[in-house]
Design a protein around this ligand. Structure first.
Ligand code: ATP
Ligand code: MG
Length: 380
């Protein structure tokens, strides 16, 4: 018997038809990348992927966080004989201490003399004969004895839920507007989990926002890199734009005009670096600048799709995810962000596009955008 890790990927990948091979190759590449400094062997048996390693615990910790992996299972590999399978099933069940069980078999190897129903029935009987005080419970067993028959046979000893999603890098790219708050890192994570490659932009307003606020955004970018691998964080100076808006525009329109600048710059950078889309951490109705009307007015500045994966989520649920992905503690560090410093007392909650366009026409928009991009810093 040898112990292996079985890697099960998202069923969505099975549905990819002719593209399935591409998704599988990418996922395999991502798995190998994550394990590159470890000793292990990648084993395939009729379409199933296994990993053998003396450091299986560490392998599990890493592989279960790879986007596209749905579940990992510790399995015991044995020869294709009913006796070997029965003995291993018996041992696994005994170890769990469960009093009721059910056997389920998946037979990919059609040369095996019994079909899956027969295997389940006979292994069930084999166990009952040798183990006292256990019984079969088909509807609600304490332990499911799961058997896979391929070129070899496998008894699943433990199932561990993995992160799910789709292989990173398979679904285009996005420019994440990353602030120091709770929401935008979660938005970036959710896009990355769907296989979308991340890049990020942060608007920095010194001296109104401190170096520490900038460091905090870098830390958040670094935490996300743990899920995605390296990407660039573009740090764009935003002070001049904000001061111009304050000087020349109506106070109740400051926020919406500022958000339109953020959108323009994100799109300009996306164009420059060949990035398909923009992502923000906005959620409809969360604050004055996130009303439906405001979202529509800021989208007007975008020449590509703007994704808001949190749009229909409650704050408490967003916070739960941020704890899970380890960004929460960093996000709540108390350094100000540029939006809180320049907030109007009574921001317009229902901005109208023609009015906003008229108000901002006193600004030299192209020049402000270009100058900001010229002075940006890239954090790699
Ligand atoms: P977050 O928790 O992500 O900061 P928020 O609830 O504070 O969001 P806003 O300040 O209105 O909401 O920002 C909405 C979105 O705009 C953010 O989720 C982020 O995507 C983007 N954003 C806001 N401020 C900045 C900034 N300084 N740099 C980059 N993106 C920003
Ligand atoms: Mg914020």
């Amino acid at each position: 018997m040898r112990e292996l890790l079985l890697i099960k990927y998202a069923p969505e990948i099975f549905l990819k038809g002719l593209n399935r091979g591409k998704f599988e190759r990418k996922l395999k590449e991502n798995i190998k990348f994550v394990l590159k400094d470890m000793e292990y062997e990648f084993v395939e048996d009729s379409g199933r992927w296994f990993i053998q390693s003396t450091y299986l615990e560490e392998v599990i910790e890493r592989v279960k966080n790879i986007f596209g992996v749905m579940e990992v299972c510790i399995v015991h590999e044995v020869q294709n004989s009913m006796e070997a399978i029965g003995d291993e099933a018996l041992r696994v069940l005994k170890e769990t201490g469960a009093k009721t069980f059910k056997v389920e078999t998946n037979r990919a190897n059609k040369e095996f003399p019994l079909n899956s129903m027969e295997v389940s029935r006979e292994i069930g009987a084999y166990i009952l004969k040798r183990l006292d005080n256990v019984s079969v419970n088909v509807k609600n067993p304490e332990f499911l004895v799961h058997i896979e028959i391929r070129n070899n046979s496998y008894v699943i000893a433990k199932k561990i839920k993995a992160v799910g999603g789709l292989p990173y890098g398979m679904n285009g790219s996005t420019m994440l507007m990353l602030s120091g708050g709770i929401d935008s890192p979660v938005a970036g994570y959710l896009m990355a989990r769907r296989g979308v490659e991340l890049n990020a932009v942060y608007y920095h307003s010194p001296p109104y926002t401190s170096e520490r606020a900038k460091e905090k955004v870098k830390m958040l970018a670094d935490i996300l890199k743990g899920y995605t691998g390296n990407y660039n964080l573009y740090i764009v100076p935003f002070t001049d734009i904000q001061l111009q808006i304050i000087e020349k525009c109506r106070e109740d329109e400051l926020t919406i005009i500022m958000r339109r600048f953020m959108m323009r710059i994100a799109c300009r950078l996306a164009e420059k670096y060949n990035i398909n889309s923009v992502t923000t951490g906005e959620s409809v109705g969360q604050v004055a600048s996130q009303t439906m009307e405001a979202l529509v007015v800021s989208d007007d500045c975008s020449d590509r799709p703007v994704f808001r994966p949190l749009v229909a989520m409650d704050k408490v649920d967003i916070m739960d995810i941020s704890r899970e992905i380890n960004t929460y503690e960093t996000s709540i560090l108390p350094y100000e962000d540029c939006c809180t410093i320049f907030v109007p007392k009574h921001p317009k909650t229902k901005p109208r596009l023609p009015e906003i366009i008229k108000s901002e026409s006193v600004l030299d928009i192209d020049k402000l955008v270009e100058e900001a991009i010229e002075k940006m810093e890239v954090y790699r």
